[in-house]
Design a protein around this ligand. Structure first.
Ligand code: HEM
Length: 407
Protein backbone atom coordinates (compact mmCIF):
# COMPACT_ATOMS: atom_id res chain seq x y z
CA UNK A 1 0.00 0.00 0.00
CA UNK A 2 1.23 3.46 -0.83
CA UNK A 3 1.28 5.95 2.07
CA UNK A 4 -1.58 8.49 1.86
CA UNK A 5 -0.59 12.00 0.92
CA UNK A 6 -0.84 14.72 3.53
CA UNK A 7 -1.27 17.42 0.92
CA UNK A 8 -3.56 15.41 -1.37
CA UNK A 9 -6.31 18.01 -1.15
CA UNK A 10 -4.20 21.15 -0.91
CA UNK A 11 -1.75 20.73 -3.84
CA UNK A 12 -3.39 21.82 -7.11
CA UNK A 13 -2.64 19.51 -10.04
CA UNK A 14 -0.09 20.70 -12.56
CA UNK A 15 -1.59 20.80 -16.05
CA UNK A 16 -0.42 21.87 -19.50
CA UNK A 17 -3.61 23.81 -20.22
CA UNK A 18 -2.94 26.28 -17.39
CA UNK A 19 0.21 27.37 -19.25
CA UNK A 20 -1.25 27.38 -22.79
CA UNK A 21 0.81 24.31 -23.69
CA UNK A 22 -0.82 21.96 -26.18
CA UNK A 23 -1.50 18.28 -25.38
CA UNK A 24 -0.80 17.49 -29.07
CA UNK A 25 1.97 19.93 -29.99
CA UNK A 26 3.68 20.79 -26.68
CA UNK A 27 5.41 24.18 -26.94
CA UNK A 28 4.83 24.38 -30.72
CA UNK A 29 2.07 26.86 -31.59
CA UNK A 30 -0.82 24.67 -32.79
CA UNK A 31 -1.94 25.46 -36.34
CA UNK A 32 0.14 28.62 -36.89
CA UNK A 33 -1.34 31.18 -39.30
CA UNK A 34 0.26 31.71 -42.71
CA UNK A 35 -1.47 34.99 -43.54
CA UNK A 36 -2.28 38.29 -41.80
CA UNK A 37 -5.35 40.46 -42.58
CA UNK A 38 -5.13 42.37 -45.86
CA UNK A 39 -4.14 45.61 -44.06
CA UNK A 40 -0.74 43.97 -43.36
CA UNK A 41 -0.10 43.03 -47.01
CA UNK A 42 3.05 45.26 -47.23
CA UNK A 43 4.66 43.08 -44.49
CA UNK A 44 3.56 39.78 -45.99
CA UNK A 45 4.75 40.71 -49.50
CA UNK A 46 8.25 41.34 -48.15
CA UNK A 47 8.17 38.25 -45.89
CA UNK A 48 7.21 35.98 -48.78
CA UNK A 49 10.18 37.18 -50.85
CA UNK A 50 12.68 37.44 -48.00
CA UNK A 51 15.48 35.07 -49.17
CA UNK A 52 15.59 36.71 -52.62
CA UNK A 53 15.45 40.27 -51.22
CA UNK A 54 18.33 39.52 -48.84
CA UNK A 55 20.48 37.72 -51.43
CA UNK A 56 20.02 40.53 -53.96
CA UNK A 57 20.70 43.15 -51.24
CA UNK A 58 17.34 44.83 -51.88
CA UNK A 59 15.74 44.22 -48.49
CA UNK A 60 16.89 47.43 -46.80
CA UNK A 61 15.55 49.56 -49.68
CA UNK A 62 12.21 47.71 -49.62
CA UNK A 63 11.84 48.03 -45.85
CA UNK A 64 12.71 51.73 -45.97
CA UNK A 65 9.72 52.27 -48.31
CA UNK A 66 7.33 50.16 -46.19
CA UNK A 67 4.40 52.08 -44.62
CA UNK A 68 4.20 52.35 -40.80
CA UNK A 69 1.36 49.98 -39.87
CA UNK A 70 -0.62 49.85 -36.63
CA UNK A 71 -0.45 46.61 -34.59
CA UNK A 72 -3.86 47.39 -33.04
CA UNK A 73 -5.34 45.77 -36.14
CA UNK A 74 -3.88 42.39 -35.18
CA UNK A 75 -6.98 40.67 -33.88
CA UNK A 76 -5.86 37.40 -32.29
CA UNK A 77 -2.94 35.84 -30.42
CA UNK A 78 -2.01 33.78 -33.49
CA UNK A 79 -1.97 36.94 -35.65
CA UNK A 80 0.33 38.58 -33.11
CA UNK A 81 2.66 35.56 -33.17
CA UNK A 82 2.79 35.64 -36.99
CA UNK A 83 3.45 39.40 -36.89
CA UNK A 84 6.40 38.84 -34.49
CA UNK A 85 7.72 36.09 -36.78
CA UNK A 86 7.49 38.26 -39.90
CA UNK A 87 8.89 41.44 -38.32
CA UNK A 88 11.74 39.64 -36.55
CA UNK A 89 12.78 37.84 -39.75
CA UNK A 90 12.77 41.20 -41.58
CA UNK A 91 14.85 42.71 -38.75
CA UNK A 92 17.54 40.00 -38.94
CA UNK A 93 17.64 40.35 -42.74
CA UNK A 94 17.82 44.15 -42.47
CA UNK A 95 20.71 44.09 -40.01
CA UNK A 96 22.75 41.30 -41.64
CA UNK A 97 21.90 41.75 -45.35
CA UNK A 98 25.55 42.55 -46.19
CA UNK A 99 27.10 39.99 -43.86
CA UNK A 100 28.79 40.21 -40.50
CA UNK A 101 31.30 42.83 -41.57
CA UNK A 102 28.72 45.45 -42.55
CA UNK A 103 25.79 45.26 -40.11
CA UNK A 104 23.15 48.00 -40.17
CA UNK A 105 23.11 49.56 -36.72
CA UNK A 106 19.85 51.51 -36.98
CA UNK A 107 16.49 49.82 -37.47
CA UNK A 108 14.08 52.25 -39.20
CA UNK A 109 10.96 53.31 -37.28
CA UNK A 110 8.48 51.70 -39.70
CA UNK A 111 9.99 48.33 -38.70
CA UNK A 112 11.19 49.11 -35.17
CA UNK A 113 7.91 50.57 -33.84
CA UNK A 114 5.57 47.69 -34.78
CA UNK A 115 8.19 45.09 -33.78
CA UNK A 116 8.54 46.64 -30.33
CA UNK A 117 4.78 47.07 -29.98
CA UNK A 118 3.91 43.46 -30.81
CA UNK A 119 6.85 42.26 -28.68
CA UNK A 120 5.45 44.15 -25.66
CA UNK A 121 2.02 42.63 -26.23
CA UNK A 122 3.47 39.10 -26.40
CA UNK A 123 6.07 39.56 -23.63
CA UNK A 124 8.89 38.70 -26.04
CA UNK A 125 12.08 40.67 -26.87
CA UNK A 126 12.16 42.66 -30.14
CA UNK A 127 14.45 40.20 -31.96
CA UNK A 128 14.11 36.79 -33.60
CA UNK A 129 13.64 34.10 -30.93
CA UNK A 130 13.23 30.31 -30.94
CA UNK A 131 9.48 30.79 -30.65
CA UNK A 132 9.52 32.67 -34.01
CA UNK A 133 12.04 30.59 -35.95
CA UNK A 134 10.64 27.22 -34.86
CA UNK A 135 7.48 27.23 -32.72
CA UNK A 136 5.47 29.58 -35.01
CA UNK A 137 7.17 28.73 -38.33
CA UNK A 138 5.74 25.41 -39.48
CA UNK A 139 2.77 24.29 -41.53
CA UNK A 140 1.74 20.80 -42.67
CA UNK A 141 1.33 20.24 -46.42
CA UNK A 142 -1.40 17.69 -45.75
CA UNK A 143 -2.94 18.07 -42.26
CA UNK A 144 -4.27 14.51 -42.46
CA UNK A 145 -0.77 13.01 -42.74
CA UNK A 146 1.76 12.66 -39.86
CA UNK A 147 4.19 15.46 -38.99
CA UNK A 148 7.37 14.44 -40.78
CA UNK A 149 9.82 16.51 -42.72
CA UNK A 150 8.40 15.67 -46.17
CA UNK A 151 4.98 16.84 -45.02
CA UNK A 152 6.09 20.18 -43.55
CA UNK A 153 6.82 23.64 -44.90
CA UNK A 154 8.21 26.82 -43.38
CA UNK A 155 6.08 29.95 -43.26
CA UNK A 156 8.98 32.44 -43.53
CA UNK A 157 12.56 31.68 -44.71
CA UNK A 158 16.05 33.10 -44.81
CA UNK A 159 18.66 32.30 -47.49
CA UNK A 160 20.09 28.78 -47.15
CA UNK A 161 17.57 26.81 -49.24
CA UNK A 162 17.07 23.18 -48.24
CA UNK A 163 19.58 23.42 -45.37
CA UNK A 164 17.64 26.29 -43.78
CA UNK A 165 14.42 24.34 -44.23
CA UNK A 166 16.00 21.23 -42.67
CA UNK A 167 17.53 23.14 -39.76
CA UNK A 168 14.19 24.65 -38.75
CA UNK A 169 12.01 21.61 -39.45
CA UNK A 170 14.26 19.11 -37.64
CA UNK A 171 14.00 21.43 -34.64
CA UNK A 172 10.20 21.48 -35.06
CA UNK A 173 10.31 17.67 -34.97
CA UNK A 174 12.51 17.76 -31.85
CA UNK A 175 9.83 19.89 -30.15
CA UNK A 176 7.21 17.35 -31.28
CA UNK A 177 9.31 14.44 -29.98
CA UNK A 178 9.37 16.18 -26.60
CA UNK A 179 5.56 16.16 -26.23
CA UNK A 180 5.28 12.71 -24.56
CA UNK A 181 8.15 13.76 -22.26
CA UNK A 182 6.41 16.99 -21.21
CA UNK A 183 3.20 15.06 -20.50
CA UNK A 184 5.15 12.43 -18.53
CA UNK A 185 6.82 15.23 -16.57
CA UNK A 186 3.42 16.69 -15.61
CA UNK A 187 2.18 13.25 -14.52
CA UNK A 188 5.38 12.69 -12.55
CA UNK A 189 5.11 16.05 -10.74
CA UNK A 190 1.53 15.21 -9.75
CA UNK A 191 2.50 11.66 -8.77
CA UNK A 192 5.31 13.05 -6.57
CA UNK A 193 2.91 15.49 -4.85
CA UNK A 194 0.44 12.65 -4.24
CA UNK A 195 3.15 10.14 -3.30
CA UNK A 196 1.98 7.67 -5.92
CA UNK A 197 5.07 5.51 -6.54
CA UNK A 198 3.66 3.43 -9.38
CA UNK A 199 2.43 6.39 -11.38
CA UNK A 200 5.79 8.10 -10.82
CA UNK A 201 7.75 5.05 -11.98
CA UNK A 202 5.76 4.79 -15.20
CA UNK A 203 6.01 8.51 -15.88
CA UNK A 204 9.81 8.44 -15.43
CA UNK A 205 10.06 5.55 -17.89
CA UNK A 206 8.02 7.50 -20.46
CA UNK A 207 10.18 10.58 -19.89
CA UNK A 208 13.35 8.55 -20.58
CA UNK A 209 11.90 7.22 -23.85
CA UNK A 210 10.97 10.72 -24.98
CA UNK A 211 14.48 12.08 -24.25
CA UNK A 212 15.94 9.22 -26.30
CA UNK A 213 13.52 10.02 -29.13
CA UNK A 214 14.65 13.67 -29.04
CA UNK A 215 18.26 12.52 -29.50
CA UNK A 216 17.30 10.31 -32.46
CA UNK A 217 15.35 13.19 -34.02
CA UNK A 218 18.28 15.59 -33.57
CA UNK A 219 20.27 13.09 -35.67
CA UNK A 220 18.17 14.10 -38.69
CA UNK A 221 20.23 17.32 -38.84
CA UNK A 222 22.92 15.26 -40.59
CA UNK A 223 20.47 14.25 -43.35
CA UNK A 224 19.08 17.69 -44.10
CA UNK A 225 21.63 20.37 -43.14
CA UNK A 226 24.93 21.01 -44.94
CA UNK A 227 27.50 22.25 -42.37
CA UNK A 228 29.18 24.68 -44.79
CA UNK A 229 25.84 26.29 -45.67
CA UNK A 230 24.81 26.40 -42.01
CA UNK A 231 28.06 28.08 -41.06
CA UNK A 232 28.54 30.48 -43.97
CA UNK A 233 24.94 31.39 -44.83
CA UNK A 234 22.38 30.56 -42.13
CA UNK A 235 24.13 31.25 -38.83
CA UNK A 236 24.52 34.98 -39.40
CA UNK A 237 20.74 35.52 -39.55
CA UNK A 238 20.37 34.02 -36.08
CA UNK A 239 23.02 36.32 -34.59
CA UNK A 240 21.98 38.98 -32.12
CA UNK A 241 23.46 42.20 -30.85
CA UNK A 242 24.54 41.37 -27.33
CA UNK A 243 28.11 40.22 -26.59
CA UNK A 244 28.62 40.22 -30.36
CA UNK A 245 31.92 41.79 -31.49
CA UNK A 246 30.34 42.49 -34.89
CA UNK A 247 27.83 44.84 -33.18
CA UNK A 248 29.45 45.84 -29.90
CA UNK A 249 27.08 48.75 -29.25
CA UNK A 250 23.79 46.95 -29.97
CA UNK A 251 21.03 48.17 -32.29
CA UNK A 252 19.21 51.51 -32.33
CA UNK A 253 15.47 50.94 -32.63
CA UNK A 254 14.46 54.25 -34.26
CA UNK A 255 11.48 55.92 -32.58
CA UNK A 256 11.83 53.64 -29.55
CA UNK A 257 15.08 54.67 -27.91
CA UNK A 258 17.98 56.92 -28.82
CA UNK A 259 20.34 54.54 -27.00
CA UNK A 260 21.22 51.22 -28.72
CA UNK A 261 19.56 48.13 -27.19
CA UNK A 262 21.25 44.74 -26.79
CA UNK A 263 19.56 41.38 -27.36
CA UNK A 264 20.93 37.85 -27.83
CA UNK A 265 20.26 35.97 -31.06
CA UNK A 266 17.91 33.06 -31.66
CA UNK A 267 18.97 29.71 -30.18
CA UNK A 268 17.36 26.45 -29.09
CA UNK A 269 18.73 27.36 -25.64
CA UNK A 270 15.45 29.35 -25.67
CA UNK A 271 13.42 26.14 -26.10
CA UNK A 272 11.46 25.39 -22.92
CA UNK A 273 11.97 21.62 -23.22
CA UNK A 274 15.38 21.12 -21.59
CA UNK A 275 14.80 23.89 -19.03
CA UNK A 276 11.70 21.99 -17.89
CA UNK A 277 13.54 18.64 -17.76
CA UNK A 278 16.44 20.20 -15.81
CA UNK A 279 14.15 21.76 -13.21
CA UNK A 280 12.14 18.56 -12.84
CA UNK A 281 15.23 16.34 -12.46
CA UNK A 282 16.82 18.87 -10.09
CA UNK A 283 19.95 19.47 -12.19
CA UNK A 284 22.20 22.25 -10.84
CA UNK A 285 24.32 24.07 -13.40
CA UNK A 286 27.38 26.20 -12.64
CA UNK A 287 26.61 29.83 -11.84
CA UNK A 288 27.87 31.06 -15.21
CA UNK A 289 25.86 28.53 -17.22
CA UNK A 290 22.78 29.02 -15.06
CA UNK A 291 23.00 32.81 -15.53
CA UNK A 292 23.00 32.38 -19.33
CA UNK A 293 20.23 29.76 -19.32
CA UNK A 294 18.05 31.86 -16.99
CA UNK A 295 18.52 34.86 -19.25
CA UNK A 296 17.31 32.72 -22.15
CA UNK A 297 14.00 32.21 -20.29
CA UNK A 298 13.30 35.91 -20.90
CA UNK A 299 13.25 35.00 -24.62
CA UNK A 300 10.39 32.48 -24.21
CA UNK A 301 6.63 33.11 -24.35
CA UNK A 302 5.84 34.16 -20.74
CA UNK A 303 3.44 31.27 -20.07
CA UNK A 304 6.18 28.76 -20.99
CA UNK A 305 8.57 30.48 -18.61
CA UNK A 306 5.86 30.33 -15.91
CA UNK A 307 5.61 26.57 -16.53
CA UNK A 308 9.32 26.14 -15.75
CA UNK A 309 8.94 28.20 -12.58
CA UNK A 310 5.96 26.11 -11.49
CA UNK A 311 8.04 22.93 -11.85
CA UNK A 312 10.84 24.60 -9.90
CA UNK A 313 8.48 25.33 -7.00
CA UNK A 314 7.02 21.79 -6.94
CA UNK A 315 8.15 19.29 -4.26
CA UNK A 316 11.67 17.98 -5.02
CA UNK A 317 11.71 14.76 -7.04
CA UNK A 318 15.21 13.88 -5.81
CA UNK A 319 14.25 14.26 -2.14
CA UNK A 320 11.16 12.16 -2.76
CA UNK A 321 13.14 9.36 -4.41
CA UNK A 322 15.80 9.33 -1.70
CA UNK A 323 13.26 9.26 1.10
CA UNK A 324 11.17 6.58 -0.63
CA UNK A 325 14.13 4.13 -0.56
CA UNK A 326 12.57 2.61 -3.68
CA UNK A 327 15.40 1.26 -5.88
CA UNK A 328 13.17 0.99 -8.95
CA UNK A 329 12.41 4.70 -8.74
CA UNK A 330 16.08 5.48 -8.25
CA UNK A 331 17.02 3.46 -11.33
CA UNK A 332 14.27 5.07 -13.43
CA UNK A 333 15.42 8.54 -12.31
CA UNK A 334 19.05 7.75 -13.13
CA UNK A 335 18.04 6.46 -16.57
CA UNK A 336 16.38 9.82 -17.29
CA UNK A 337 19.55 11.65 -16.22
CA UNK A 338 21.70 9.34 -18.38
CA UNK A 339 19.42 9.88 -21.38
CA UNK A 340 19.76 13.64 -20.88
CA UNK A 341 23.56 13.34 -20.67
CA UNK A 342 23.54 11.33 -23.92
CA UNK A 343 21.34 13.98 -25.58
CA UNK A 344 23.73 16.73 -24.48
CA UNK A 345 26.79 14.75 -25.64
CA UNK A 346 25.13 14.21 -29.02
CA UNK A 347 24.28 17.92 -29.24
CA UNK A 348 27.95 18.76 -28.55
CA UNK A 349 28.93 16.54 -31.51
CA UNK A 350 26.39 18.37 -33.72
CA UNK A 351 27.72 21.77 -32.62
CA UNK A 352 31.30 20.63 -33.24
CA UNK A 353 30.41 19.60 -36.80
CA UNK A 354 28.25 22.63 -37.66
CA UNK A 355 30.27 25.37 -35.93
CA UNK A 356 33.77 24.36 -34.88
CA UNK A 357 34.80 22.12 -37.80
CA UNK A 358 32.91 24.27 -40.29
CA UNK A 359 34.73 27.36 -38.94
CA UNK A 360 38.12 25.67 -39.33
CA UNK A 361 37.25 24.70 -42.92
CA UNK A 362 36.08 28.23 -43.75
CA UNK A 363 39.33 29.62 -42.32
CA UNK A 364 41.34 27.30 -44.56
CA UNK A 365 39.49 28.66 -47.58
CA UNK A 366 40.21 32.34 -46.96
CA UNK A 367 40.67 34.74 -48.72
CA UNK A 368 37.37 34.03 -50.35
CA UNK A 369 34.85 36.38 -51.97
CA UNK A 370 31.94 34.79 -50.04
CA UNK A 371 30.88 37.00 -47.11
CA UNK A 372 32.04 34.70 -44.31
CA UNK A 373 31.89 35.00 -40.53
CA UNK A 374 34.42 37.21 -38.81
CA UNK A 375 37.24 35.61 -36.86
CA UNK A 376 36.03 37.02 -33.57
CA UNK A 377 32.81 35.03 -33.86
CA UNK A 378 34.14 31.69 -34.93
CA UNK A 379 33.98 29.84 -31.68
CA UNK A 380 30.97 31.67 -30.36
CA UNK A 381 27.41 30.49 -30.60
CA UNK A 382 24.60 32.56 -32.02
CA UNK A 383 23.61 33.33 -28.44
CA UNK A 384 27.13 34.65 -27.86
CA UNK A 385 28.51 32.13 -25.34
CA UNK A 386 31.91 30.50 -25.68
CA UNK A 387 30.32 27.41 -27.01
CA UNK A 388 32.09 24.20 -26.16
CA UNK A 389 33.15 24.92 -22.60
CA UNK A 390 29.60 26.05 -21.82
CA UNK A 391 27.98 23.00 -23.41
CA UNK A 392 30.42 20.59 -21.73
CA UNK A 393 29.85 22.17 -18.33
CA UNK A 394 26.07 21.85 -18.80
CA UNK A 395 26.49 18.18 -19.81
CA UNK A 396 28.91 17.38 -16.96
CA UNK A 397 26.66 19.00 -14.34
CA UNK A 398 23.80 16.87 -15.66
CA UNK A 399 25.90 13.75 -15.04
CA UNK A 400 26.60 14.89 -11.48
CA UNK A 401 22.87 14.53 -10.73
CA UNK A 402 23.08 10.70 -10.75
CA UNK A 403 21.79 9.39 -7.41
CA UNK A 404 23.52 6.65 -5.42
CA UNK A 405 21.71 4.27 -3.11
CA UNK A 406 22.32 5.05 0.53
CA UNK A 407 24.23 2.43 2.43
C1 HEM B 1 22.89 22.56 -36.32
C2 HEM B 1 22.20 22.47 -35.21
C3 HEM B 1 22.53 23.18 -33.91
C4 HEM B 1 23.57 23.99 -33.59
C5 HEM B 1 24.73 24.41 -34.47
C6 HEM B 1 23.40 24.39 -32.22
C7 HEM B 1 24.22 25.26 -31.53
C8 HEM B 1 24.10 25.61 -30.22
C9 HEM B 1 24.94 26.54 -29.54
C10 HEM B 1 26.07 27.30 -30.18
C11 HEM B 1 24.54 26.63 -28.26
C12 HEM B 1 25.16 27.48 -27.15
C13 HEM B 1 24.21 28.51 -26.68
C14 HEM B 1 24.15 29.66 -27.61
O1 HEM B 1 25.20 30.22 -27.95
O2 HEM B 1 23.04 30.01 -28.00
C15 HEM B 1 23.42 25.74 -28.12
C16 HEM B 1 22.74 25.55 -26.97
C17 HEM B 1 21.66 24.74 -26.87
N1 HEM B 1 21.06 24.05 -27.89
FE1 HEM B 1 21.69 23.86 -29.78
N2 HEM B 1 22.28 23.80 -31.72
C18 HEM B 1 21.72 23.06 -32.72
C19 HEM B 1 20.55 22.36 -32.64
C20 HEM B 1 19.80 22.24 -31.51
C21 HEM B 1 18.54 21.57 -31.44
C22 HEM B 1 17.77 20.94 -32.61
C23 HEM B 1 18.16 21.61 -30.16
C24 HEM B 1 16.90 21.01 -29.62
C25 HEM B 1 16.00 21.64 -28.96
C26 HEM B 1 19.17 22.32 -29.41
C27 HEM B 1 19.12 22.60 -28.06
C28 HEM B 1 20.01 23.38 -27.38
C29 HEM B 1 19.92 23.65 -25.95
C30 HEM B 1 18.83 23.13 -25.01
C31 HEM B 1 20.96 24.49 -25.65
C32 HEM B 1 21.32 25.04 -24.24
C33 HEM B 1 22.38 24.17 -23.61
C34 HEM B 1 21.79 22.94 -22.94
O3 HEM B 1 20.76 23.07 -22.26
O4 HEM B 1 22.39 21.84 -23.10
N3 HEM B 1 20.14 22.69 -30.28
N4 HEM B 1 23.17 25.13 -29.34
Amino acid sequence: MEPPSQNLKTTPLLSLGRFHISEDYGFLLPHPLKQLPDYFRPWMEIANELPHLIESHQLRARVNKMPLLNCQFLKSYREQRLAHLVLSFMTMGYVWQRGETQPEEVLPRNLALPLVEVSRTLGLPPILVHSDLVLTNWTPRDPERPLEIGNLDLIVSFPGGESLRGFVLVTVLVEKAAVPGIKALVEAVNATSHRSQNALLQALQRLRLSIQEITRTLGQMHDYVDPDIFYAVIRIFLSGWKDNPAMPMGLIYEGVSTEPLEYSGGSAAQSTVLHAFDEFLGICHSKESADFLHRMREYMPPSHKDFIEEIQSSPSLRDHILSSENSQLLTAYNQCVEALVDLRSYHIAVVTKYLITAAAKAKGRRPNPLPGPSQALEERGTGGTVVLSFLKSVRDKTLEAILHERD
